[in-house]
Ligand binder design. Structure first.
Ligand SMILES: Nc1ncnc2c1ncn2[C@@H]1O[C@H](COP(=O)(O)OP(=O)(O)OP(=O)(O)O)[C@@H](O)[C@H]1O
Ligand SMILES: [Mg+2]
Length: 276
């Protein structure tokens, strides 16, 4: 079942000469883990913001083509309403915080929607549990680690019970431990809870392991769509042109003279192949 259907989507920010997205067509299936890759300015953020309606509803832009997310047309409904179906996480967790306690932080979106108190309490405890922050209810969102803040931002999104989670470079401001925390929660939300995940992320080693599908953007257009196993080995010689690194094991294996039947993209695959 497809949860995202985009046809020929073109987005032009007001006052800009070039299109941020230029004729993008893409279909995403329920439960899929999709990674958006591409150089700076390729259009990853614009695609994320089109899916959650922030473009053009909060950031003005001209939008052409067709976009449907879980049966809704994002430009046609309020961002806040779409957030009950599509949760969004951005790169700077601190900017997403405004309340004095973790509990209030997660409660905020639900209160704005007018959800009743008992449901709010239930949703908060469920979503804090999903991100491993149970017991943090009374802590200040500003006095926890970056990884915990980002998981708190995820809990706030999850409290609305979305079916899709969009993460725009969620780990770019985190230390290695924070990155690992966010990746592992993201993976379990996808694998255990069945959420569809759409993530823009530069950590290609993790992406190679987690993603079902890679979408490679280049100057607002989709260059390639495929599995990590299909795409990364083919891009070893084009890393600079496309502004995307391939996993180290892929890079290394392709430089060796050994004849591999196929080129590995994850560490486990690599270990298996070198054993042989
Ligand atoms: N609010 C905005 N107003 C005008 N132009 C914008 C705006 N946001 C992005 N752009 C332009 O749209 C194009 C796509 O940018 P976008 O931020 O979507 O790329 P990106 O792939 O997310 O890049 P990055 O890796 O740097 O995050 C770029 O040319 C960028 O300069
Ligand atoms: Mg971006």
């Amino acid at each position: 079942m497809s949860v995202v259907k985009i046809e020929n989507l073109t987005v032009q920010y007001l006052g800009e000469e070039t299109n941020a997205l230029d004729g993008v067509s893409l279909e995403i299936q329920k439960g899929e883990f999709v990674a958006l890759l591409g150089a700076h300015g390729a259009g990853k953020t614009t695609l994320c913001l089109s899916l959650n309606g922030i473009v053009p509803n909060m950031i003005s832009a001209d939008m052409y083509g067709a976009i449907e997310v879980l049966g809704e047309v994002p430009p046609k409904i309020p961002v806040r309403q779409l957030a009950t179906k599509v949760g969004s996480i951005f790169d700077n967790p601190e900017f997403q915080m405004s309340q004095l306690t973790v509990f209030e932080e997660v409660a905020l979106g639900l209160q704005n929607l007018g959800v009743e108190k008992t449901t709010i309490e239930k949703n908060i405890s469920e979503s804090l549990k999903l991100v491993g922050l149970e017991g943090f209810e009374d802590r200040s969102p500003f006095e926890i680690s970056g990884g915990q803040q980002q998981r708190l931002a995820m809990a706030s999104a999850l409290a609305m019970k979305p079916e899709i989670l969009i993460l725009d470079e969620p780990t770019s401001n985190l230390d290695p431990i924070g990155k690992e925390e966010v990746f592992s929660v993201t993976r379990s939300l996808n694998q255990e809870e069945g959420l569809t995940v759409i993530i823009a992320e530069h950590e290609v080693e993790v992406i190679a392991e987690f993603a079902d599908t890679l979408v490679l953007l280049d100057e607002g257009r989709i260059n390639e769509v495929g599995t990590p196993q299909d795409i990364f080995p083919r891009f070893v010689d084009h890393q600079e042109d496309i502004g995307v690194r391939v996993p180290q094991v892929t890079d290394l294996a392709s430089r060796k003279t050994q004849n591999f039947n196929s080129i590995p993209v994850t560490l486990d695959e690599s270990v298996e192949m070198y054993k042989k």
